[in-house]
Design a protein around this ligand. Structure first.
Ligand code: BES
Ligand code: ZN
Length: 592
């Protein structure tokens, strides 16, 4: 027996499924999916087969020509779930399992109509990364076992289903039911299986890109993301032809716990990106970049997560630089630096979670999640780029994608490849320090620009009375204001808050990066005029990136602590399970 991924029961001595055939019946009243999955192995085999499941109700296991066969669920592990062991008869090519999802399936959030924009129909979305696919489908839930899939999804008439796959037709089947078919012909890691069902409409943005959203938001979504084809073209010029046919996007309801999720052919996005001024489209650049780094070349397990996110952040900023220039990219790196410092502070007592090459046996990958693989990882990639030179490095990146396309690899495989193609570069940048040592190496690249230096200096002069001029206040782009706010002292006075809101009209901002940065400062200052807006945001938005700092900043005074507890009690039924867990841990850390 050999289990290559500490977060999966997958046994490398057993064959991998090559393709899944799914039938999913979406039952909104029971908040359950009745599923059937056929795992195709593409060759004959027999013997024990270990799959991942969590909270699933397994009904039957069958193999063609054999009828029902024996299976057994192992002990429940809080992180991994339960191993499903099937005794597969000799010479079998496929295994069929019927099952139903459990009430607490972490991959699924079932929304009441009130939690949607239109407020008339329920909504379902999935989020399988890191290891939640097993709460939706019994499978080898590890990125080393890549699968193609096809699916038939039955939903109530009037609702639309989308998946991380190409559409393959739909039809009404009577009894108020409608079936949607999908096909994902390329092999993907299980965490990229994705499904959403709701009242959805779409708008075409280019011959290969469209955006889906509820009818109430689809027009503003189409406006916000109108530049996506331009981004795809820039990304292709850097990394080669777009490998997934279509690039469609889905704007989810506000409880979606992430900013974006790179589900292939259907990126999922938080509606907080709809700022009204296209100022947050860097998240689309990021998810698009995953089409190469992450989806085409994938981390072999969460222990190598930096291969996904570090490369993608680097790629995102490379795209940003070609689109908007050096200053814009420098601001992006500065925002990343802030996120990195916050994460290093959060994990100051858990240094093992601050290395890139992680060791996660017994650790829930959702607990290990932070900006470190993103930003420390991107800095290692940028250091290698600086060492090799831009052009040579870009050639290296293209070779890397060619060599490992549609495979899932480890840090060690990456390093061996880098050593072969860029001899000496890893050592020259001291890659070992990034990979195996906590914190950020002193030699990490720094990204500066005249504009960024001026913003930093101005923010640092706050306590001494330095204030932006009226030209600056009127002329700053959203990213400049965001970086400025991030660089202000964390503890402001009531008068400081009043000045900032008075001059920058922060309370009414549609850009949630700015809004939440501001509300976090205001919460830390116990600034009462901001309380209603804080309540509004926390009741509506479930994006963890915002919940953590905002609830965190409310821990400073008895009054804001009480407010946080009261808001959480009201908001938590509407939060995604992941978000609820994060906020609970923040509140648990408040002083008594
Ligand atoms: N793949 C991640 C989201 C994710 C990570 C989901 C880990 C589950 C577990 C996605 O690509 C991402 O990084 N999103 C960021 C966007 C940002 C870095 C531009 C987010 O959600 O904020
Ligand atoms: Zn990402």
């Amino acid at each position: 027996m050999h289990r290559p991924d500490p977060h999966s029961y997958y046994d490398a001595a057993q064959p991998k499924a090559r393709r899944l055939r799914l039938k999913l019946g979406v039952d909104f009243s029971a908040k359950r999916i009745e599923g059937e999955v056929v795992l195709e192995f593409g060759k004959a085999f027999g013997g024990p087969l270990d799959l991942d499941t969590k909270g699933l109700d397994i009904h039957t296991v069958q193999v063609p020509g054999h009828g029902p066969i024996a299976w057994e669920l192992g002990e429940a592990d809080a992180v991994l779930g339960q191993r499903l062991r099937i005794e597969v008869p000799q010479d079998s090519q496929e295994v069929a399992i019927t099952y139903a999802t459990g009430v607490d399936a972490m991959a699924l959030q079932w929304l009441e109509p009130e939690q949607t924009e239109g407020k008339v129909a329920p909504y379902l979305f999935s989020q399988c990364q890191q290891i939640h696919a097993r709460t939706m489908v019994p499978c080898q839930d590890t990125p080393v076992a890549r699968i193609a899939y096809q699916a038939e999804v039955t939903v109530p008439e009037g609702l639309t289903a989308v998946m991380s796959a190409g559409p393959a037709g739909d039809e009404s089947i009577g009894n108020g039911r409608h079936v949607y078919r999908f096909s994902m012909p390329q092999p993907i890691p299980s965490y990229l299986m994705a499904l959403a069902v709701g009242r959805l409409e779409s708008r075409e943005l280019s011959p290969r890109a469209r955006v889906w959203a509820e009818p109430e938001t689809v027009a503003s979504a189409a406006w916000e993301f109108a530049g996506v084809e331009d981004m795809i073209l820039k990304a292709e010029a850097l990394f080669g032809a777009y490998p997934w046919d279509r690039y469609d996007m889905l704007v989810l309801p506000p409880s979606f716990p992430y900013g974006g999720m790179e589900n292939p052919r259907m990126t999922f996005l938080t509606p907080t990106l709809l700022a009204g001024d296209r100022s947050l489209v860097d998240v689309v650049a990021h998810e698009l970049a995953h089409s190469w780094t992450g989806n085409l070349v994938t981390n072999a397990s969460m222990e190598h997560f930096w291969l996904n996110e570090g490369f993608t952040v680097w790629a995102e900023r490379r795209i940003l630089r070609t689109l908007h220039g050096d200053d814009a990219a420098a601001l992006g790196w500065a925002m990343g630096q802030k996120a990195l410092e916050d994460s290093l502070a959060r994990f100051k007592n858990e240094p093992h979670l601050t290395v890139l090459r992680m060791h996660l046996e017994g650790i829930d990958p959702d607990d290990a999640f932070s900006s470190i693989p993103y930003e420390k990882g991107a800095r290692l990639v940028a250091a290698l780029e600086q060492e090799a030179g831009e052009e040579r490095f870009l050639r290296f990146i293209r070779d890397y994608m060619d060599a490992f396309r549609f495979t899932s690899i480890t840090t060690e495989q990456f390093c061996a490849f880098a050593e072969a193609k860029l001899p000496g570069a890893l050592e020259a940048v001291n890659a070992k320090a990034y990979l195996n040592q906590p914190g950020l190496p002193d030699t990490a690249p720094e990204f500066r620009s005249g504009q960024l230096d001026a913003l930093t200096k101005l923010a640092e002069s706050w306590t001494a009375g330095g204030r932006p001029s009226s030209e600056q206040i009127a002329g700053w782009k959203p990213a400049e204001l965001q970086v400025y706010l991030q660089k202000l002292p964390r503890q402001l006075t009531q008068a400081d808050c009043a000045w900032l809101d008075g001059h920058f009209h922060l309370m009414g901002r549609g850009n949630h990066e700015i809004l939440v940065e501001w509300l976090t400062l205001a919460a830390a200052a116990d600034y009462e005029p901001a309380f209603p807006r804080i309540r509004e945001v926390l009741l509506r938005v479930g994006r963890m990136k915002y919940l953590r700092p905002l609830y965190g900043a409310m821990g400073g005074s008895p009054r804001t602590r009480a407010l946080a507890r009261e808001i959480f009690a009201a908001a938590s039924p509407g939060y995604h399970g992941l978000s609820r867990r994060v906020v609970q841990s923040v509140l648990d850390a408040y002083p008594a």
